[in-house]
Design a protein around this ligand. Structure first.
Ligand SMILES: O=C(O)COP(=O)(O)O
Ligand SMILES: [Mg+2]
Length: 233
């Protein structure tokens, strides 16, 4: 186990860009929603930079790009409804687990850590994705962007799961791919671990100064030995 886990008992994981590469399916739902409204349709690479603050903001950013101004409430409501329908009908068509995720979650769970999922994604999509990948049994709490009154970067969802498990913040670690995860973790008093392969609005997540950056979740349970580091393993 990695040294950052010393003294920790609760590990809270982000979902999109941390456990699953979900942008291909998010992009298709955005493209279908805007296409139905006869608006320009963005590329997947653009959608990638709009993910992170939940589905309403994803749709708002897509509309602002498509109509070149802040969208009217009526257009936002129609596009949001269409996005939710399309994404809900195929949340796992192209979505993939990142390498090492399953092994890491299983080993952490078996080692006695309490695992929580804290995503800004709407709550209704969490179970279909976790069940599809066989991850649902490992999480004691799953919090979506619309579960509580505030979402990340607010510390509220993190403090909620800590309190629910009777953990103090210094016993907790937040693991995520974006500045919203790291900022929420710091505000909650959690240690913070960033993964650099996800979605962070096109910026390196290192800019948020997480306590540690690992290239894969596998490094959390199988830290490189000294021999690996000097290339002799
Ligand atoms: O839905 C989003 O915008 C991001 O979701 P995440 O918090 O799991 O990265
Ligand atoms: Mg994320």
């Amino acid at each position: 186990m990695h040294a950052i886990l010393h003294g920790k008992r609760l590990i809270a994981f982000d979902l999109d860009g941390t456990l699953v590469d979900s942008v291909p399916d998010l992009a298709i739902a955005v493209q279908k929603a805007l296409g139905e409204l006869n608006l320009p349709v963005p590329e997947e690479v653009q959608v990638r930079d709009w993910v992170g603050n939940g589905a309403p903001m994803l749709v708002e950013r897509a509309l602002a790009w498509a109509v070149q101004q802040p969208p009217e409430a009526n257009l936002q409501a129609r596009a949001f409804q269409a996005f939710m329908t399309h994404y809900g009908s195929a949340p796992n068509a192209l979505t993939k687990l990142y390498p090492g995720v399953k092994t890491a979650l299983e080993e952490l769970y078996c080692a006695g850590f309490t695992l929580a999922l804290i995503t800004n994604k709407p709550e209704r999509f969490i179970a279909p994705i976790l069940e599809h990948f066989g991850l649902n049994a490992w999480f004691s709490h799953c919090i979506g962007g619309d579960t509580l009154v505030e979402k990340k970067p607010s510390p509220l969802p993190l403090l909620y799961v800590a309190e629910a498990g009777s953990f103090s913040p210094d016993e907790c670690l937040m693991v995520g791919d974006s500045r919203h995860d790291i900022n929420a973790g710091k505000a909650a008093g959690f240690a913070t671990l960033a993964l650099p392969y996800g979605y962070n609005h096109g910026e390196p997540v290192e800019l948020s100064q997480p306590d540690i950056v690992l290239s894969s979740l596998l490094e959390l349970v199988r830290p490189a030995t000294a021999w690996d580091r000097i290339g002799l393993a």
